[in-house]
Design a protein around this ligand. Structure first.
Ligand SMILES: Cc1ncc(COP(=O)(O)O)c(C=O)c1O
Length: 390
């Protein structure tokens, strides 16, 4: 294990995280008593490249999955210029950091003030709707008709971990009506769907295309954009999802059946699959009671994923493979009784207070969902070179 790299003093300017060759050298240097997010810019770059090379259109990034500025900058540096945003705070953060980036207001339910600010102050020109009243709001608040109204269509139930069409999305009939009415009101129009997050079956995208084709057939409008959403999966522990290329094949086939005009911009908006592998989380064991461990992060911090059925790979820092191991019940730092991981973790039998653990694939919906409940909120970010477990 190379232990050469320490904090680069030149990188200690504001907003530039400390950089290390690997997690072991970070732990040796900082001996952190607070959780540390370890970002891998190289992994981020490779993942962006895979999406950009394989997707037949514009790859947007869904900021909700990880709004950390270091991640946003890493994506921008890797070539991402388009950002799926859901709130004025996300829009402002992206535009302040990268004034030339494009932000899209992809939340189907928006405050009137947020619509005005997004349009007037941040040059947002794409707004999603899934209901007539939201279109009326946009007609009231947008001073000119130079925006694209993107109609979000619901997708059928599929093999996804987190369904979104229960909450958002018009059925095909309503989607047709919204496309027609938006066009009559003088807007350009687009269509979007989202099959649900952590989608384990590429056929879900085929079903999305079918619903979209139906809506478009009855609307008879020309589309300015067509957005196939996010949902691309991550191979967490115990998950064996088809590779990204299978999903992209289905997208390409679906686009062919749609026969869209050359003027129609094709887009996707992945979150999880772009960033999960680019960040791990290092935590410290604060107390061991027999087969119970108390660590400094938990379900109210960065570790909600296990409670949602996602198993993050975990290792003891300094060791990648161990023979003597046992199951431990793992508790988070708050005084709350629910702050416990729902399934035990297999770790070395000799683990003790002061040891560090590293959770891999922790880049999506981790820091994004942190609370500061009980005064615990991890906020230390560093960058490292080597991938998780290497
Ligand atoms: C509108 C929208 N776009 C994109 C995403 C990103 O999805 P994922 O992280 O599954 O790729 C989400 C996530 O829920 C979403 O709600």
């Amino acid at each position: 294990m190379q232990r050469s790299a320490a904090v680069n003093p030149e990188s200690q300017t504001e907003g530039t995280p400390a950089h290390f060759h690997d997690v072991e050298s970070m732990v040796m240097d900082l001996r952190p008593e607070q959780p540390v997010y370890c970002i891998r810019p190289a992994v981020l770059r490779d993942t962006v490249r895979r999406f950009v090379d394989g997707f037949p259109g514009t790859v947007m990034y869904a900021v909700k999955s990880n709004p950390e500025p270091i991640i946003v900058r890493g994506l921008y540096d890797a070539g991402i210029r388009d950002f799926d945003t859901a709130s004025l705070v996300e829009i402002a953060a992206v535009k302040t950091q990268h004034p030339d980036a494009n932000t899209y207001f992809m939340h189907p339910v928006k405050a009137r003030g947020a619509i005005r600010d997004a349009y007037n102050n941040y040059n947002v020109r794409h707004f999603v709707i899934d209901h007539r009243d939201e279109l009326e709001k946009l007609c009231d608040e947008l001073t000119e008709r130079n925006a694209v109204i993107v109609v979000r269509i619901a997708t059928p139930a599929a093999n996804v971990m987190f369904d979104l069409s229960d909450k958002f999305g018009a059925d095909a009939e309503l989607a047709s009506e919204l496309l027609r009415t938006s066009a009559e009101r003088g807007f350009k129009v687009g269509l979007a769907f989202h099959v649900g997050s952590q989608c384990l079956d590429p056929a879900a995208f085929a079903a999305g295309f079918k619903a979209a084709a139906q809506a478009l057939y009855h609307a008879g409008t020309e589309l300015s954009c067509f957005d196939v959403g996010g949902g691309f999966p991550v191979n967490y522990d115990g998950v064996n999802a088809p590779p990204l290329e299978c999903y992209l094949d289905v997208v390409r086939d679906g686009l062919e059946t749609m026969r869209l005009s050359n003027q129609c911009a094709i887009m996707c908006e992945p979150g999880r699959a772009l960033v999960a592998g680019a960040q791990s989380l290092v935590v410290q064991v604060q107390l061991r009671k027999n087969n119970r461990l108390y660590i400094n992060d938990g379900r109210y911090g960065s570790l909600i994923a296990p409670s949602l059925g996602i198993a993050l790979p975990v290792r003891k820092v300094g060791i990648n493979a161990y023979s003597g191991q046992q199951e431990f019940e793992v508790f988070g730092p708050t005084c709350d009784g629910l702050d416990v991981l729902p399934v035990p973790l297999r770790l070395p039998t000799d683990i003790r207070e002061g040891d560090w653990l590293e959770f891999g694939l922790a880049g999506a919906y981790s820091n994004a969902l942190c609370t500061d409940f009980n005064g615990f909120r991890p906020d230390t970010f560093v960058t490292v070179d080597t991938p998780f477990g290497q």
